[in-house]
Structures are given as C-alpha cells and as structure tokens.
Ligand binder design. Structure first.
Ligand SMILES: [Zn+2]
Length: 163
C-alpha cells in the first residue's frame, strides 16, 4: 500500500469578509449580517516527483483567488427553495416571503448552493478548489475545506479527487 501525505494551508491571509443571511427551521430567516470567514484547506495524496503533495504557494494563491471573488460581497444562494435571486448586470434582487433586498450586482456573489451556511460555503469552495487542483496537482486524492465563521463554528466539506 502506498504512503499518503497531507498538507494544510491556513493563515491570516486566507480570510474573506462577506455578508449573508440564512434560513433555518420553518420559515425563519436571519437578518443580513457579516462574518470574517477564515478558510483552511487540507490536501491529501501521494508525493509527486518533487516530493510534494501540492506546492504550498500554488495552493495558497489558488485559494486566495477564490476568496477574493467572495470578499466584500453579499453571498446569495441561487438554489434555495424560497429565496429567489433575480437581476441584471446592474442590480440583484433577493426575496424571501414578504422580505426583499436589492444590492448592486458588483457587490454580490451568487453561489450555486441551497443556503449560505458555513457547510455550503465549504462545499462551494471545495468544488472550485478541486477543479483547480485537477490542473495544479492531479495526483491529489482528497481535499478538505474548513470554513470558520470566526467564533469557532466551522463547516467542513471533504471531497474525493481524481475521479
Ligand atoms: Zn452568519
């Protein structure tokens, strides 16, 4: 059986500041609020010919680019059963029952998830990172993204790679 290795990246630079609101229980919807979300990635696999699982700098920079797309944005779910997100190139309108929010398009990040929980943000980032690692480090077997809302509450998504 081959030996597997694991690398972690997480630092004060792997943070994004964003607003969101989630639904919970039946019909409950949070008010709009923000977090400084801290992100950590764990990547596992055999070593490549340079004795890396993945180049730390490449992994860190890839994550930074993904986080920059979310930084200083309102995170909106496009697959929510009741939060409707519509708009054009200038404005985005989100509605939930009798509530309505309108934001400048450039200040929104529309995420293909059913709710912008820490778990679903980790799911989104894990899938984006898996796409990037297919090019950067194709030997990677598994990755994990941890998304912490900065108060010790962390959502985690683990994905198998290379399939
Ligand atoms: Zn929150």
């Amino acid at each position: 059986m081959s030996t597997l290795y694991r690398v972690h990246v997480g630092s004060d630079h792997l943070v994004f500041c964003a607003a969101h609101f989630i639904t919970w229980r039946e019909g409950e919807c949070e008010p709009l609020h923000g977090h400084n979300w801290r992100v950590r990635a764990i990547v596992e696999g055999p070593l490549d010919q340079h004795y890396y699982v993945v180049d730390f700098i490449g992994l860190r920079d890839t994550l930074r680019c993904l986080l920059a797309e979310l930084d200083h944005r309102v995170l909106l779910p496009t697959q929510h059963a009741e939060i409707r997100v519509t708009g054009d190139e200038k404005e985005i309108t989100a509605t939930f029952r009798d509530r309505r929010w309108v934001f400048p398009r450039a200040e929104c990040a529309l995420l293909p998830v059913p709710n912008t929980t820490a778990e679903m943000i980790s799911h989104y980032l894990a899938h984006r990172l898996r796409e990037a690692l297919a090019r950067l480090a194709p030997q990677v077997l598994r990755l994990e993204i941890q998304v912490d809302e900065c108060d010790g509450q962390t959502g985690i998504c683990v994905l198998e790679c290379g399939q």
